[in-house]
Design a protein around this ligand. Structure first.
Ligand code: DGT
Ligand code: CA
Ligand code: CA
Ligand code: ZN
Length: 576
């Protein structure tokens, strides 16, 4: 029996036990399942060599679980597991990816409504049966329905910010295997699209078998969809599918290129090959005689076509191939090129950390300046600042700047605001107060449903205020949750040019606002971009790379991004 199978059974036992409200035991099974899922050696080999004593030595496996593993290995079955399954015959795996429905609710739903899998759940929710259950109610039913809808909507697209850390952790877990020679994340993730359909990973390995078995038995795997020597696919417990492909070393570049996409970019490259009488596929680039002429690396592939190397973020067939042919690709901003962050919230309003904590963390990440931009008074819920508290905050910033300077922390804290744009486009703070600040960001947090004309005018009025430096999250969208409000982006971009206002790329993974296409419009019009974290806590500062990714996808160079300039120059570039 494979480790994956043993781990799956132990994990399910944990889930069954949890439905029975048994303390500690569920976690013990879960931990054992994880440990076995992460083992390189096969448990049946461990058992064959050292018997039950050796099995007990696996971390997380005690006497009782070792006994169960022994029964499984000897008989291929486990009576304890069969009994639990009979008692609660539900398919836990089918609920993978559905938020907010844990083993306990699943058991209740089974007991009361006979729900055994996700399809049963859908029927019950649609029939309005869940709202009537004790401990559920209308809110839970709505939540389940919207969760179900998300899972089903074209397989549900996931936020880059959710998928990338997962993909990287899987990559790390496989990279340590001695068989793995090369490994890389491909697909839309490598192109850093704002949402992704599934995770694609590519590897070169001496022997793919152990790599594939390790992959399908990773602890985050809920379901194995395919298990082969060159390709395996799994569904993770949060619902994301992952494809792993193992390719020969001589094809690595061609395969990486093929599986990075985009499909349109691939098609355009292939057409170039056909025109020359060549053949391009995921195995390589071949001449008329079928001899491989490139494809061991991506670099040699682009070179064979006479193209500059094209960064993955640009591979959408929106002019990058032509630019590469003319030696005209922009040098896009690098992931380490930011020197500052111009939107940071603190515990003066709805943030959770102090000015000093944010500044010290930003300095640790290598930033040289941050602007503190707390909300303004109209946002009463966030305890938005009025002119008086803003002035007090200014004094505190002076104090912290002095303190950090003495301590030798190399960062400058700027005074700023995320000033609310009122319905008529006027601002929530008096001009005298704005005039004292280093950075004025203006943002819309209300009246999202104005007409295109009204909303565009409103924003332009705010931008025409001479104190306003940046428009924060200019379109107000929340990916998968709230559409952008209506604005005429071309008008806004040309007005930004006219007024010298920068537009922000907000790095929060559910915002990424403005999006890549709009960044490109700014770059083409010479409008500056500010890539900000919009951090409300220390940890959010680490989300800046997502904003940088959008800027890269929008062809922005370092020069286009205002906060990649040194402090003095940055302040000069922003109008005032
Ligand atoms: P996703 O997963 O929907 O966010 O988008 P991708 O781009 O990751 O697409 P996926 O996972 O279906 O396939 C990965 C890459 O494989 C894709 O970017 C390009 C390549 N590919 C897939 N299907 C085709 C195809 O029919 N023709 C070509 N030329 N390439 C393909
Ligand atoms: Ca994909
Ligand atoms: Ca895929
Ligand atoms: Zn905001």
């Amino acid at each position: 029996m494979e480790n994956r199978e043993i781990a799956r059974i132990l994990k399910e036992i944990g889930e069954y036990l949890e439905t029975d409200d048994i303390p500690f035991k569920p976690r013990a099974y879960e931990k054992a399942a994880e440990a076995i899922g992460e083992m390189e050696e096969e448990v049946d080999e461990v058992y064959a060599k050292g018997g039950i004593k050796a099995v007990e030595e696996i971390p997380g496996v005690g006497v009782s679980i070792a006994n169960k593993i022994e029964e499984l290995l000897k008989t291929g079955k486990l009576r304890y597991y069969e009994r639990l399954k009979k008692k609660t015959p539900v398919d836990f795996g089918s609920f993978a990816g559905l938020e907010g429905v844990g083993p306990k609710s699943i058991k209740k739903l089974y007991k009361k409504l006979g729900v055994r899998n996700i399809n049963d759940l859908k029927k019950a929710a649609k029939a309005g049966k869940i709202r009537k259950l004790e401990g559920f109610g209308k809110k839970s039913e709505e939540k389940i329905l919207s969760g179900l809808e998300f899972v089903s909507r074209s397989g549900g697209r996931f936020l880059l910010g959710d998928a990338l850390p997962l993909a990287e952790s899987i990559k790390e877990k496989l990279a340590v295997l001695r068989e793995v020679k090369k490994i890389e994340i491909a697909g839309s993730l490598r192109r850093r699209k704002e949402t992704i359909g599934d995770i694609d990973i590519l590897a070169v390995a001496d022997n793919s078998k152990p790599v594939m078995s390790r992959f399908v038995s990773l602890p985050e795997v809920a379901k194995v969809l395919a298990h082969g020597e060159t390709k395996s696919s799994v569904k993770l417990s949060n619902g994301i599918d992952v494809d792993l492909r193992v390719v020969p070393d001589k094809s690595y570049g061609a395969a990486l290129n093929y599986f990075t996409g985009s499909k349109d970019h691939n098609v355009a490259l292939r057409e170039m090959a056909v025109k020359r009488g060549w053949k391009l596929n995921e195995y390589g680039l071949f001449d008329k005689k079928g001899k491989q002429i490139a494809g061991k690396t991506e670099e040699d592939l682009y070179k064979a076509f006479g193209l500059q190397y094209i960064e993955p973020e640009l591979r959408e067939n929106t002019g990058e191939i032509e630019a590469a042919r003319n030696n005209n690709l922009p040098k896009i901003i690098g992931y380490k090129d930011l020197l500052g962050d111009l939107q940071v919230q603190t515990n003066w309003t709805d943030g959770s950390s102090s000015i000093e904590e944010m500044a010290v963390s930003a300095a640790k990440l290598g930033l040289r300046y941050i602007a503190i931009t707390d909300h303004t008074k109209r946002l009463a819920m966030a305890r938005g600042l009025d002119e008086k508290r803003l002035a007090d905050q200014g004094k505190e910033i002076d104090r912290v700047n002095l303190k950090l300077k003495k301590k030798g922390v190399n960062i400058k804290i700027l005074k700023g605001t995320e000033c609310d744009i009122l319905k008529d486009g006027s601002l929530d703070l008096k001009d005298e107060a704005l005039a004292k600040l280093d950075i004025v960001g203006a943002a819309t947090h209300s009246y999202f449903n104005l007409s295109l004309e009204e909303q565009t005018k409103r924003l332009m009025k705010a931008m025409s205020n001479p104190h306003v430096d940046i428009v924060f999250h200019p379109t107000g969208r929340l990916i998968n949750r709230r559409p952008p409000y209506l604005i005429d982006i071309d008008e806004i971009v040309s007005f930004a040019k006219k007024t010298g206002t920068a537009l922000e790329v907000d790095s929060l993974p559910d915002r990424l606002d403005i999006k890549d296409e709009y960044v490109r419009k700014c770059v083409q019009s010479g409008v500056k971009i500010a890539v900000d974290s919009d951090a409300h806590a220390i940890a959010h500062l680490e989300l800046l790379p997502y904003g940088i990714a959008q800027a890269r996808r929008g062809w922005a160079g370092k020069k286009d991004v205002v906060n990649s300039w040194p402090l003095e120059k940055m302040l000069k570039l922003l109008k005032r």
